[in-house]
Design a protein around this ligand. Structure first.
Ligand SMILES: [Zn+2]
Length: 271
């Protein structure tokens, strides 16, 4: 599943190549995604200049003067620039042809991706309006996290993955951030002390920034080459390491299912 660092890496890779430019043509090869791709899309984008390529949570916003193309990679989607004339792959559902020799292709075997057109302020769209703060933005800090967790009895890890609390913290990053913050994943969210919420905010940023750096080093390959979305090679300290020795204290890493997701932690470091 493409996580926030992969989506942001895609955005950073594509923005310099697409912003200010125009798609010469748009082809909907198969519009059966999470919602049908609007058949008017080719006409809507014809001869229009892309003003900006932004991201909110895991949504990409292609902003035009007359509206916004909202795109989500879903479970298995990816965007890549392919040389024009390169044979289409199965599941290349959308093609956006640039003036010049390349085209942008949206590839999505499982079809949980989304590509819709919005008019008006896209941040007021129901899909975006209720989202919590960006984890790398200024609005996510100890105070805002404490307020979001106050009185909550659910496990802090489950809450950390709730987009109403903070967006873009997936399962792997939630386990890794809680390890770095020294907080046991099953603790009730409302039980965290001030110093712990501060540490958790710092740890969330740390793991996401590490993933972004790992993605950044392979950015060119990511956009021009395979373009396959997948977890970047971040050094994982607990995730997927059940039974192995903790890198800090050598205690065996534990694993349990919490909120239907595999959760990994060190019983000593996360007392
Ligand atoms: Zn440990």
């Amino acid at each position: 599943v493409p996580e926030l660092p992969e989506v942001e890496t895609t955005r950073r890779g594509l923005a310099p190549l697409l912003v200010g430019r125009t798609f010469r043509s748009v082809e909907i090869r198969d519009g059966r995604l999470r919602e049908p791709v609007p058949t008017a899309l080719p006409a809507l984008l014809a001869d229009r200049r892309l003003g900006a390529l932004e991201r909110r949570a895991k949504y990409l916003l292609f902003r035009y003067a007359h509206g916004t193309l909202l795109l989500h990679l879903g479970m298995s989607g990816s965007l890549r620039l392919a040389p024009r004339g390169e044979p289409l792959r199965r599941h290349d559902h959308l093609r956006f042809t640039l003036v010049g020799s390349r085209e942008l292709r949206f590839h999505d075997p499982r079809r949980f991706g989304l590509c819709v057109w919005l008019t008006g302020d896209p941040l007021l769209d129901a899909r975006l309006a209720r989202l919590g703060p960006e984890p790398l933005g200024d609005e996510f800090d100890g105070d805002s996290l404490r307020a979001a967790l106050r009185g909550r009895k659910a496990a802090v890890k489950v809450l950390l993955m709730d987009p109403a609390v903070v967006v873009g913290v997936g399962n792997i990053y939630a386990s890794e951030a809680l390890f770095r913050a020294g907080i046991r994943p099953a603790r009730a969210g409302g039980s965290l002390r001030t110093a712990e919420t501060e540490r958790l905010v710092a740890a969330v940023r740390e793991v996401l920034l590490a993933a972004l750096r790992a993605g950044g080093t392979t950015l060119r390959d990511y956009v021009d080459g395979g373009g396959e979305a997948g977890a970047f090679r971040v050094r994982l300290r607990v995730y997927g390491r059940a039974g192995e020795a903790c890198t800090v204290c050598a205690a065996p890493i534990r694993c349990r299912v919490l909120g239907q997701r595999s959760t990994f932690w060190c019983p000593t470091c996360q007392g």
